[in-house]
Design a protein around this ligand. Structure first.
Ligand SMILES: Cc1cc2nc3c(=O)[nH]c(=O)nc-3n(C[C@H](O)[C@H](O)[C@H](O)COP(=O)(O)OP(=O)(O)OC[C@H]3O[C@@H](n4cnc5c(N)ncnc54)[C@H](O)[C@@H]3O)c2cc1C
Length: 438
């Protein structure tokens, strides 16, 4: 291959956020026009009522073991409450580890005091430092990039140390309401359909599953669905879009995928997952033609589909893009969010270096109606224009830490989540390493 062909393939491959470049799908000439790709309900069946065994109970049930759920469960347990974390997969980290979206973005931004600096500390800093000390986390740009297998292991260690009770293979399937509270979470599992009683619940499912089941107010959004994957034997492979990882011989790759997608439609999800894998293998074939790529192999592809946003809470007060770019302050601030390096919003693109840091208010993770539910991660309450900032891993750690701590305080103080004592919450968060200065 000559240099011109090499550059052509490299350039075709890309344009990436923090990752420097991304690939998008090319039209598929073999597309099967007859395949069903949209969920289309034409009929209903009625499920007979049945008794569900109650197999456990806890002060707090956290649904979903992604970045937000792990931070929430550990932070709550550290306040002394009994926590069960339910996860449908057999590993922790959600998209962070299961979709290889490794760079912990949005921990820095343009400071009000001038210059560029880190603002997200607390749980995010703690876990990245621990991975760094083990030799499994590097920093590229402003973002820590861990090894996903090490991250899965460290999260299990940290949950164990905090005394969180973890249950894998538990697909949350509904809630049992009691007035304006949730009384139990229903779970589908290999043990059958079971119920777990909870005094409080944090929805960290990413898709806001509990919002729907509990009848809470939310908005269903579409976004692009993409993928990331890792290749081995990549030490000498250097095209743009091949990103460093903590392991020298392993590189990280990314595709934007398809825009404006319904991430909850199982037919569409299946179509996209098939397309992602095809894209990964076709990209591999091209990359193997490039210098240094001859022995590349796919080390892992996504075990979770790269769904960015679906249900988003209509919270007591959603964070707005307008507020976030003018250093707005809230009395119930739970931490400072950082900047996505290529923030896109309706009006255009704001260069990362100009993106101000922004306060996250407690009211944005607080539902309007249900009294014992908080929401963290990519489904808390934020403007559509904030999609690039509000759902990145750094912000998920931040909202998870705040939601877990606040849920614990509501239990200890015997009040609703809407009545949590904000100065006490802020003091606890500061004790957990969260910084509030912009
Ligand atoms: C292609 C792509 C690239 C990205 N790149 C980056 C990047 O470079 N840097 C960055 O910081 N962010 C990136 N992001 C965003 C980031 O990965 C996610 O927004 C973040 O992981 C969300 O964390 P979360 O905990 O809210 O949800 P998730 O990571 O989605 O975790 C949710 C967890 O809940 C579990 N779960 C879901 N429903 C149920 C249920 N009903 N019952 C039981 N368990 C359930 C899931 O299995 C999962 O473990 C990217 C996202 C995508 C899709």
């Amino acid at each position: 291959m000559d240099r011109r062909s090499f550059l052509k393939i490299g350039a075709a491959g890309t344009a990436a956020a923090s990752l420097g470049m991304m690939t998008s799908f090319s039209p598929d000439p073999r597309k099967d026009e007859t395949a069903k790709t949209r969920l289309d309900v034409k009929d209903y069946v009625r499920e007979p009522a049945r008794r569900i065994p109650v197999v456990d109970s806890a002060d707090l049930v956290v649904l979903g073991g992604g970045p937000a759920g792990v931070a929430a469960a550990i932070s709550a347990a550290r306040q002394g409450v009994d926590v069960i974390l339910l996860e449908r997969e057999y590993y922790l980290g959600g998209l962070w580890t299961g979709c290889c979206v490794l760079p912990v973005n949005n921990i820095s931004g343009r400071l009000k005091s001038g210059g560029w600096g880190q603002v997200v500390y607390g749980f995010s800093e703690e876990i990245c430092r621990r991975l760094t000390e083990m030799g499994y986390c590097i920093v590229t740009g402003a973002s820590p990039v861990p090894d996903p297998e090490a991250a899965k292991y460290v999260m299990e260690l940290m949950l164990g140390e905090a005394g969180v009770r973890l249950l894998y293979n538990c697909q949350g399937a509904g809630v049992i309401p009691s007035g304006d509270r949730i009384d139990a979470v229903l779970v589908e599992s290999k043990s059958g359909r079971v119920a777990i009683k909870a005094k409080a619940v944090v929805d960290c499912s990413g898709d806001g599953d509990i919002l729907e089941w509990a009848g809470e107010d939310f908005e269903l959004r579409k976004a692009h669905v993409g993928a990331m994957w890792r290749c081995g034997n990549a030490a000498d492979f250097k095209r743009r879009g091949a990103h460093k990882t903590p392991i020298d011989s392993v590189k990280l790759f990314h595709t934007n995928g398809e825009f404006d997608q319904d991430g909850l439609d199982i037919y569409n999800q299946t179509r996209l997952q098939l397309k992602m894998r095809k894209h990964i293998w076709e990209t591999l074939e091209k990359d193997r033609q490039l210098p240094g790529g001859e022995r590349l192999f796919v080390l892992d592809s996504t075990t979770l589909l790269g769904v960015r946003v679906t249900r988003v809470l209509n919270s007591v007060r959603n964070v707005t893009y307008a507020d976030s770019v003018r250093y707005a302050t809230y009395p119930d601030c739970i931490g400072i969010g950082g900047a996505d390096p290529t923030l896109k919003y309706s009006g255009g693109t704001l260069p990362g270096k100009e993106r101000p840091v922004w306060q996250v208010p407690y009211s944005a993770i607080t539902p309007k109606r249900v009294r014992n539910l908080l929401v963290a991660g990519r489904c808390f309450g934020f403007d559509k224009d904030l999609t690039y900032d509000a759902r990145e891993v750094g912000t998920c750690f931040l909202t998870g830490q705040a939601a877990g701590t606040a849920a614990a305080l509501s239990l200890l103080d015997r009040c609703s989540v809407q009545e949590v004592n904000i100065p006490r919450l802020q003091k606890c968060l500061a004790g957990g390493g969260v910084r509030f200065d912009m």
